[in-house]
Ligand binder design. Sequence first.
Ligand code: SF4
Ligand code: SF4
Length: 401
Amino acid sequence: MINRRKLLGMGTGAAAGLYGGGVLARTGGHPAPPEVKRYVRLGRTGLKVSEISFGSASSSDPDLVRHAFDRGVNFFDTAESYRWGNAEEAIGTALRGKRDQVVLSSKTKAGAGDGQAEMMAALEGSLRRLRTDHVDIYFNHAVNSVDRMRNEEWWAFTERAKRQGKIRFRGMSGHGSRLADCLNYTIEQDLADVVLVAYSFGQDPDFYDQLRHTFHFVALQPDLPAALDKAKDKDIGVIAMKTLMGARLNDIREFERGGRSFAQAALRWVLSSPRVDAALISMTSNGLIDEYVTAAMDAPPRAHGLPILARYAYMQDTKYCRHGCGFCAEACPDGVEIAEVLRTRMYDVDYGNPTLARFDYAALGDGASKCLTCTHQACLNACVYGLPIPEFTRDAATRLG
Ligand code: SF4
Ligand code: SF4
């Protein structure tokens, strides 16, 4: 395992004023806007990216992109599917004339049976909307089946796109129940320079180790951290997403103390992991951008954030479906993809993003429609964390079907 920068002291040049009522950093007694303080090497790509970077799944406002850029964010991630291409348009509009100052990534869902021509058409559509001739990283998006990475058309397409200068590096993104399997295959076959994975304090065995004497929590996902360790051993860039474990910020605001927020603690936790290089997070308001980038600015040891993270984990323990957890994968005899359904429900209920929720739910085909008339409820006790699966899947079918 590679153990790098964080133990050498995160947050050099520590700052003071943090989240709450407008964020201001104070340096030398003079108010200054918060800004990114750390740029990290993204594995073997050699790209230097802001430690906390711009996720665009929930926004398509060029002004937000400009605000993030002004705060020092230099890495902007998007996908052809985000807001039907409008997220790419917003980034392309806002960063016009700044292409040489930023790192851009986009994604397409290349299927197991897709051919090079449609992949190239998808890439060229993204380049057009982003107003650029190349993206730095191009991901196969939301991979939850090894067959999608096994598709030799994807291999040939990414090699050709590299030769043509349309992409510099290729990657895999994932957050589904078979994430660890997909990562392991991709890493072993050397099919990615960068991986973008759902990873939060709630999936980190170290977090549960530190709470062992306080709560009954246990770490149940050993495969995902092990896969990330393998990625680091190969110097593959690792970017974490979904770092807020459901992002129910309103539930936790009243417990935030000492000018530090839950989101900052969650970001700091994951960024202090030797398994992770950088974090992408959906930036949906100027205030949240300031709050997030300040997480890198003020970086106390992990233990400082433990109480607020523990409280959040306790509150969400039986509500949050862990990304990359496949324990209930075989629980439904009718073939409902429980974890995928619960992820789309999370987008609506927790993130407040019905657009993304409906889009991803529709991509599941039947989704959870069978749950509406299911009488056997074979999945009732299948969740190792105690989530009421039938209640949640029925709710998803009702609100998103
Ligand atoms: S409620 Fe029934 S149909 Fe729905 S996931 Fe559970 S077992 Fe499957
Ligand atoms: S419902 Fe429970 S067991 Fe199933 S994937 Fe989610 S957290 Fe894991």
